[in-house]
Each structure stands twice: as C-alpha cells, then as structure tokens.
Design a protein around this ligand. Structure first.
Ligand code: NAD
Length: 334
C-alpha cells in the first residue's frame, strides 16, 4: 500500500513521515537514514556550532543520501543568541530547499525562505498561531500536541483535539506532531486529516540516532510518567525527561516567590544536556523527551521502523475497512 498525501508530493518523499528537528540529535547520519528509508530527514541547524559547520553537515548528508532532506531552525529564548540569519543563509546557499521552523516570531525567517523558493514546514501548538503562519505563506504546518517533547506552548491542548480543529480551520496541509511513535498513531493522524506525521522521540531511539546507548536503553525502559515540564513559570514550557536535574528545576521554580532564569541557568544549559547524550548518564542534565517514551520498546534501524509503519498502517486500514464494510452492509435477513 502506498500512502500518497499532499506532503508526499510536495516534499517528494515515499512515506509521509518527517523526522522532527532535535537539538544534538538531528545530525547527518540520522537525517540521511530517515530520508533513505523513505521519509524526510531533518538536520538541526543550531546543533552545529557555526553556520560554516552547518554547510559541512549539509554536504556530509548529501554524501549519505541523494533523497530530499530539510534543515530545522528553532527560535526560542537562548543563553547565547545564535546567528539565525547566518545559519539560514548558509543552508539556502548550500541548496537546501526544505526548512522546518519553530518558535517565536518566525515571520522574517519564513519570508527569507519563501523569497528563496524554499518549502517551509512551521511548527504550531495552537490553531490561532497556525492560521497566522498560513498568512505568512508557510507550505505545511506541523501541528504539535501537548504530548510532544520540547516546547508544547502554554495552552496545553492535546493532539487529538488540535488535529480535529486543524481539519476544520486550516487550508494548507498539516502534519501531526507529538504523541506519535507507532503505526496506530500514524493512521489516527491521517484519519484526523493530517497529511503525515512528525516524530522526534521515536527517531532518538533508533540505531542511527547519535545518542549514547544508555539513553536509548533508558527510553525503552521508561513509561509515559517519565517526563515533566520545566520553564512553566517562565512561559517557555518544555517537556523533558524526568530526572534529578529536571526535578530540581521544578522545585526551584515552585519556590515561594518563584525563580528567575539565572537561578536555574546552570542546571538547564544546553551544553550540559548535550553531555547526557555523549556520556550516557541520564541524570547529568536536561534532555528532551516526549510522552511516547512509554510507547517505545525497541531500538530499530530507520529502515526497519519505516517497514513497520508501512506494514502496520496497511493492516490497520484494512481492518478498519472490513469493520466499515460489515457495519455498512445492508441486512441480509429476509
Ligand atoms: P540554551 O543552553 O541557550 O538554553 C537551555 C534552555 O533554556 C533552552 O530550552 C532555552 O529555551 C531555555 N532558556 C534560555 N534562556 C532562557 C530564558 N531567558 N528564559 C527562559 N528559558 C530560557 O539552549 P540549547 O539547549 O543549547 O539550545 C541551543 C539552541 O537550539 C537554542 O536556540 C534553542 O532554541 C534551540 N533548540 C532547538 C531545538 C530543536 O529541536 N530544534 C530544541 C531545543 C532547543
């Protein structure tokens, strides 16, 4: 069964599955493996230390795959504001044609990519932001439910509802993000009008993911109760793995009188979180994880994962079709 949707055509991919941009995880090997398997791999721009390094990462990815891939640029509060324009220019000059954007005030970035003939997938956690992104000219929306890893916004709207609302309101194609890690979620998203899905945590736990084996094993051993929100009091909410550091951040944020970013800066620094993936100590720093850690029970290759999704989707859809047929059949009783 081939699943043809508006995004398979627009992005020139075989299976409507996008690997979301993940800080420290979206590197050439993973992005290329996803693209080779039939989806859209995404390089995380800001994971590279400089725009020049991003150029090299794009070239490295091209050596690994001739299939389409994209670059993620995320605009969130940061300790050291990156050169967003420099990263974006480097990727455009290297011939990247697909961008995933996320975060605050993406207007100028979207304008720049559209002026350069690129396709833009923009992440939104509310319908009102999705509609304003449509007006900015994005090609695809990534509708990110509350289950997601990283930043779910401040309105706490679950994916099931958000996608149903997207079907009512949006004109451009949308993909479903957050809470999806198995074929059932994939088919459910398509049933809710999505043209595909975006998965992050599921791809963290693949053979080609660059993170330490201990962290992949930790994901496999985890349940849906193993994530927590930090930065709630700073309106920069992020779902991360529940560990000693994230629980300490939650405790500090909950102190009478609240906390300032400076009070938690050392605990939450991305440079420290990166060490989790390198050293394999899940308690060393903050690392992003979605509720789907509870659904993930193995560490397949990207190719195995795609085969599973395609086969699973086929079985689910044919099962649904037979149910519908049974219910729709006129009664034969005379
Ligand atoms: P960092 O070390 O600058 O900050 C660590 C965390 O603290 C981040 O979650 C950040 O949003 C938050 N933060 C920073 N300043 C803050 C403030 N004043 N108030 C509230 N929260 C604040 O960031 P990092 O983890 O090294 O990430 C580097 C870059 O990558 C950042 O620009 C970040 O936005 C981006 N990023 C991308 C992704 C992705 O999936 N593409 C995920 C996370 C972060």
């Amino acid at each position: 069964m081939s699943i043809v949707t508006p995004i398979t055509k627009l992005l020139n991919i075989r299976v409507p599955i996008v690997q979301g941009g993940m800080q420290w995880v979206g590197v050439p090997r993973l992005a290329a493996a996803v693209s080779e398997a039939g989806g859209l791999g995404i390089l995380t721009g800001l994971t590279q230390p400089t725009p020049e390094a991003l150029r090299q990462a794009i070239r490295e990815t091209r050596k690994l795959t001739s299939k389409p891939f994209g670059v993620n640029i995320t605009l969130l509060p940061t300790i050291n504001p990156p050169d967003y324009a420099g990263y974006s220019r480097a990727a455009v000059e290297e011939g990247v044609k697909i961008f995933e954007t996320a975060g605050n005030n993406p207007g100028p970035l979207i304008k720049y990519f559209k002026e350069n003939g690129c396709i833009v997938i923009h992440k939104c956690t509310t319908i009102r932001h999705a509609k304003s992104s449509e007006r900015l000219g994005v090609d695809i929306l990534s509708i990110d439910g509350f289950e997601c890893a990283g930043h779910p916004g401040e309105d706490d709207i679950g994916g099931l509802y958000l996608l149903a609302r997207a079907a009512q309101e949006l004109k451009v194609p949308y993909i479903a993000s957050g809470g999806i890690a198995d074929p059932r979620g994939f088919v459910a998203a398509l049933a809710l009008g999505a043209s595909g899905v975006n998965m992050g945590t599921r791809f963290m736990c693949t053979v080609e993911s660059p993170i330490h084996q201990n962290i992949k094993d930790k994901i496999v051993a985890s349940t849906e109760r193993d994530t927590v929100h930090i930065f709630r009091t700073m309106r920069n909410t992020a779902r991360v793995f529940k560990n000693k550091v994230s629980m300490e951040v939650v405790r500090i944020e909950g102190r009478p009188g609240g906390a300032k970013f400076e009070d938690i800066r050392e605990l939450v620094a991305g440079s420290r979180g990166r060490q989790v993936y390198e050293l394999g100590d899940p308690d060393y720093g903050i690392w992003s994880a979605g509720i789907t850690v509870g659904l993930i029970n193995d560490i397949p290759t990207c190719e195995e994962l795609f085969k599973r999704f395609e086969k699973g989707a086929q079985m689910i859809v044919s099962g649904l079709t037979s149910c519908v047929n049974i219910q729709d059949e006129p009664s034969r009783a005379k």
